[in-house]
Ligand binder design. Structure first.
Ligand code: NI
Length: 394
């Protein structure tokens, strides 16, 4: 592994930051302590710092003459999960936890910012510390707050730890890395009746069953088998007792897809079929389909930059390109809708003992910290000196 001596020397400081962030988790748009800490450290390193971008986001800018510009993004928020690790630096806030490793992501990008402030590449680097990745779309909020107008970048890069990939390795491929994430709520209105006299009503529970079948047939019969799609119903609520057919049924769930075309198809077909099926039975269906996060889609040239950066520092055969996309979602997708770029997974090691994302037993792996810092430095240098075969500056 090729990690600069100065970055290796940062490790105790990186670990200290990471543990402190871990002990003080903050969730969507409440990352005030985290943001203040970042702003303080970034300013102390001489960077131009902007706070309150997308509410609790922090942006730091490093300018060094003319040249291209690159955005590097880390997410900074925690989750509403009660930590069960028993670690000495476990969450001190009941019900909140850094269970997705954003404490590690924050630390790695901060380390890279400080290193690059002392070793500035030619061009402009924009360090994007993004709030509210989990469920609330903080990336979208930063973009709506003028992120890319105020801090124009040619390309943008993201990174997430990935349990199950060994520490010291990465995974990336061009095209979709993570799925689009949508939610839906369907209200079926029939007509309540005594259970012994169903002919006097319109049974919405029967309709719900038929709609579920019609929807799953979209995935199995209408989507091209070579494309990925998921429709998962996770809640069905109806009725209060044994012998009364209720008036209504409420169905909720999530839909996932990897391309805009499949996403459009799912939404269109779910609305169409729910309406037709309900009508067939004399009921009414109202579907509220909410588009939450788009698919996270890497562009090809930037994927190459990221892959070569990772291989350069981690070594040959350390960058997996054969992993399938995750049907989980990631709001860095909003940034990739606006700029070419690439999102990479950095190995977090074994999942043993429940060290999986969003598990109460999860912990970011400190052994990945310096590699992550070096990756950021390398990818920024390569993005800024693209088309040049010169040795990167790191
Ligand atoms: Ni995450």
């Amino acid at each position: 592994m090729k990690i600069a001596a100065e970055i290796e020397a940062m490790k105790p400081r990186l670990v200290e930051w990471r543990h402190d962030l871990h002990a003080h988790p903050e969730t969507a748009f409440e990352e005030h302590r985290t943001a203040a800490f970042l702003a303080r450290e970034l300013r102390a390193a001489g960077l131009e710092v902007h706070e309150g971008i997308g509410r609790t986001g922090v942006v730091a800018v490093l300018r060094n003459g003319d040249g291209p510009s690159v955005g590097l993004r880390a997410d900074i928020d925690a989750l509403d999960i009660t930590e069960a690790t028993g670690l000495p630096y476990a969450s001190g806030t009941t019900g909140k936890m850094h269970a997705c490793g954003h404490d590690g992501h924050t630390t790695m990008l901060l380390g890279a910012a400080l290193h690059m402030a002392a070793n500035p590449p030619r061009g402009t680097v924009v360090f994007i510390f993004q709030p509210a990745e989990e469920n609330e779309g903080g990336a979208r909020v930063m973009i709506e707050d003028g992120l890319f107008e105020r801090f124009p970048v040619d390309t943008v890069f993201g990174m997430h730890n990935w349990p199950g990939v060994p520490v010291g390795e990465f995974a990336i491929h061009s095209g979709p890395m993570m799925a689009a994430f949508d939610t839906f709520e369907l209200k079926i209105t029939g007509k309540g009746a005594h259970a012994a006299m169903p002919h006097q009503g319109v049974d919405p529970i029967l309709v719900a069953g038929q709609i579920q079948t019609a929807w799953q047939a979209i995935v199995s019969r209408t989507v091209n088998p070579n494309d990925a799609a998921v429709i998962s119903i996770t809640q069905i609520k109806a009725g209060d007792t044994w012998n009364i057919i209720p008036d209504t049924v409420l169905i909720r769930g999530t839909a996932r897809s990897l391309t805009p075309e499949v996403r459009d198809l799912l939404e269109r077909e779910m609305i169409h079929r729910a309406g037709l099926v309900a009508e067939t039975f004399g009921a009414r269906a109202e579907l509220d389909y909410q588009r939450r996060y788009p698919a996270t889609i890497n562009t090809s040239p930037e994927t190459d930059i990221a892959r070569v950066a990772a291989e350069t520092i981690a070594g040959e055969n350390t960058v997996r390109q054969d992993m399938t996309a995750s049907m989980g979602a990631e709001d860095f997708a909003f940034m990739l809708e606006k700029r070419p770029g690439a999102y990479i997974w950095i190995g977090n090691g074994s999942v043993e003992g429940g060290r999986n994302l969003h598990s109460p037993n999860y912990d970011f792996n400190d052994d990945a910290l310096t590699l992550g810092v070096q990756y950021w430095v390398e990818v920024a240098n390569r993005a800024l000196s693209r088309n040049s075969s010169a040795e990167p500056l790191s």
